[in-house]
Design a protein around this ligand. Structure first.
Ligand code: PBG
Length: 331
């Protein structure tokens, strides 16, 4: 006797049926496009470890943002590559800084687009750490509280330039509180904070450090970023950030941390973002270039899985490609 067609299989027979009962739908609007901005005009410098991603001058960042917006992507996050680095990362809060300029120009062209500014020191400090480094006698530790003062300055300069959201990514204690109070005091009550709350010390950031020219010149980031062995600690970090005023919390990286995304989604009631980081992008790019993976289907599987795990928003370098693939009739 033939084995009867099971109920589950009955639901998978045709594309229409599969769409009918699909539990997760990925949309272009879920994606946040990261952009690296630098000085100059007409500059598009490809990042060798991230094929298809560029260091862009402000005018070119506007071009990319427009492309994204037209495909249904609602937001971009900006990282700056300054001309000049020093121990205090002073270009990070300059009115004429590259990120401040890019924010202004993107908001001018696309007032509805949500512009997020990454708020961290690592791209701006000569030593490449995410905070101010204290005296060597103390074992070259990050001076947390001094760093908070600078983060508040950066956030204000970004809000002044027109940023809708500030995204502190340095894992300093009290960073959300410091930024929230600075914004409130200066009447930026409408600006949100997307905090990199659960950011792990990860090898998957390798290509980003080339892209943003922000490799630590000594030591590593393990004293402020989380140990990948821990999950409870992520919940504690996130709870603190929420108490301090975060509006959206992020898990980073995404793929090896989907259990964290899932726990947060179940336990917290605010939007969860996940960062599909540079190393995750580079792996897919390298394998598909070699013909070992099929890029489009792999990317859509990865992004849908991040959403299925519980992410409401996904930061990804695949954003423009994915949005194109998700939009019927656009090649
Ligand atoms: C640092 C920062 C990092 C990323 C975003 N902001 C990396 C780091 O800690 O070195 C990584 C993003 C990526 O890998 O795509 N503030």
């Amino acid at each position: 006797m033939a084995y009867p067609l099971q109920r589950l299989r009955r639901l998978r027979q045709t594309p229409t049926l599969r769409k009918w009962v699909s539990e997760t739908e990925l949309n272009a609007g879920d994606l946040i496009l990261p952009l690296f901005v630098r000085s100059g005009k007409g500059v598009r410098k490809e990042i060798s470890s991230m094929p298809g991603q560029f260091q862009l001058s402000c005018d070119q960042a506007v071009v990319e943002a427009k492309k994204a917006w037209e495909l249904g992507i609602l937001s971009v996050i900006l990282f700056g590559i300054p001309d000049h680095k020093d121990d205090n990362g002073s270009e990070s809060y300059s009115k004429e800084g590259v990120v401040q300029k890019a924010i202004k120009q993107i908001k001018q062209e696309l007032p509805e687009m949500i512009v997020i500014a990454d708020c961290c020191l690592c791209e701006y400090t000569a030593h490449g750490h995410c905070g101010i480094v204290g005296k060597k006698e103390n074992g070259a530790r990050i001076d947390n509280d001094k760093t908070l003062e600078i983060l508040a300055k950066i956030a204000l300069s970004q809000a002044n330039a027109g940023a809708d959201w500030i995204a502190p990514s340095g894992m300093m204690d009290g960073m959300v509180c410091a930024i929230r109070s600075a914004l409130d005091k200066n009447n930026f009550l409408d600006r949100g904070i997307l905090s990199y709350s659960a950011k792990y010390a990860s090898s998957f950031y390798g290509p980003f450090r080339e892209a943003a020219e922000g490799k630590p010149q000594f030591g590593d980031r393990k004293s402020y970023q989380m140990d990948f062995a821990n999950r409870q600690e992520a919940l504690r970090e996130v709870k603190l950030d929420i108490e301090e005023g975060a509006d959206i919390v992020m898990v980073k990286p995404a793929l090896a941390y989907l259990d964290i995304v899932h726990s947060l989604k179940q336990k917290m009631s605010l939007p969860i973002a996940a960062y599909n980081v540079s190393g995750e992008y580079a792996m897919v790019k390298a394998a598909s270039k070699n013909g070992w993976l099929e890029e489009k289907s792999t990317v859509l599987e990865i992004l849908t899985s991040i959403k299925r795990a519980g992410a409401d928003l996904i930061l990804t370098y695949h954003a423009i490609d994915a949005a194109r693939w998700l939009t019927p009739n656009i090649k």
